[in-house]
Design a protein around this ligand. Structure first.
Ligand SMILES: [Cu+2]
Length: 312
């Protein structure tokens, strides 16, 4: 086998491996991941559970393909230059300076690529900032270093503080999943398949309210109200973190959102202000049911108010 042949074969094998890797990467995004939180060795984004998150994922996958093809193309050009136009292979270089065809091509093709990118990009941007009518409105206030929440339509408000290690143990014994650095004492609770508007602001410095699985990420700026929206399609617990450097405990002001059925939401909303224990139990019960756990000592069954179920 000639040197050149072996080079070509080796090159194509590497290419096949690279494509296989890319394929695995794309296939890895979107499923078989832990829901609502990051996972060890995770590739790609967390599974999206809102229309916006789906759109972000597919836009990301499109960009990944385009950028990979461009990188491979440039790499191929570099390799050709190195092999064919080094001093040994090409001792007398050509003095060509212009080639109209190729100059038109390297102007027009990038423009076309940018147009292909611009269409889904603007579609996503408009979708993120087109707020469907709200079913539930929440106000999230960033503080150094915890979040406060208000449900302005229901006179509900509370602080949401990260659980320290000892508290995590207690929460896990109770039956909550309680991942480290992500779980909080008082989570946000919203109904599934409902449009939720989150009004975001801050009391001291800029914070950022983020839930990756919702595709929600927006700055909370002192003295201003910004807004994001989501419509979670799947019950579950979703975690996020403050995503704007806000001081020494920036990494320790996570966000926990429980997406629950209408009846659980109603029960929680009614009890959270004056019967914290019941509010906690109803969330725990929903979480245990979702995770398929039956025997946790503390998880008493709670009779959901059927009337509220009918009214929603
Ligand atoms: Cu912050």
């Amino acid at each position: 086998m000639s040197k050149r042949m072996s080079r070509v074969i080796f090159g194509s094998r590497v290419l096949v491996r690279i494509f296989a890797l890319i394929g695995a990467f794309i296939a890895g995004t979107g499923h078989s991941l832990a829901q609502g939180k990051p996972e060890n060795w995770q590739l790609g984004f967390q599974e999206g559970v809102t229309p916006i998150a789906h759109q972000i994922n597919s836009f990301h996958n499109l960009l990944l393909i385009i950028i990979t093809l461009i990188a491979l193309f440039v790499l191929a050009l570099l390799i050709i230059v190195v092999v064919r136009f080094n001093e040994k292979a090409n001792p007398v270089p050509s003095k060509t300076t212009h080639n109209t065809t190729i100059e038109v091509l390297w102007t027009v093709i990038p423009i076309l690529i940018l147009i292909v990118i611009a269409v889904p990009s603007f579609r996503l941007l408009f979708a993120q900032y087109t707020y469907p009518p709200a079913d539930v409105t929440i106000k999230a206030i960033g503080n150094q270093w915890y979040w406060s929440y208000e449900y302005p339509d229901s006179d509900v408000s509370f602080d949401s503080v990260m659980l320290e290690d000892a508290e995590l143990e207690a929460a896990r014994k109770e039956g909550f999943e309680a991942p480290r650095l992500l779980a909080v004492d008082n989570p946000v609770v919203v109904p599934v398949n409902k449009v939720v508007h989150v009004l975001v602001t801050a009391s001291d410095v800029i914070h950022n309210w983020t839930i990756p699985a919702f595709g929600s990420k927006i700055d909370g700026v002192p003295g201003r109200v910004t807004q994001t929206w989501f419509k979670a399609e799947k019950e579950g617990v979703y975690y996020g973190q403050c995503s704007e450097l806000c001081g020494i405990r920036h990494a320790f002001m996570p966000i926990t959102v429980h997406v629950v059925s209408d009846s659980v939401y109603e029960t929680w909303l009614k009890s959270v202000q004056d019967d914290e224990e019941k509010a906690r139990k109803v969330l725990l019960q929903a979480e245990l049911k979702r995770r398929g756990i039956k025997n946790v000592a503390d998880a008493e069954s709670i009779q959901l108010d059927n009337k509220t179920q009918m009214n929603r």
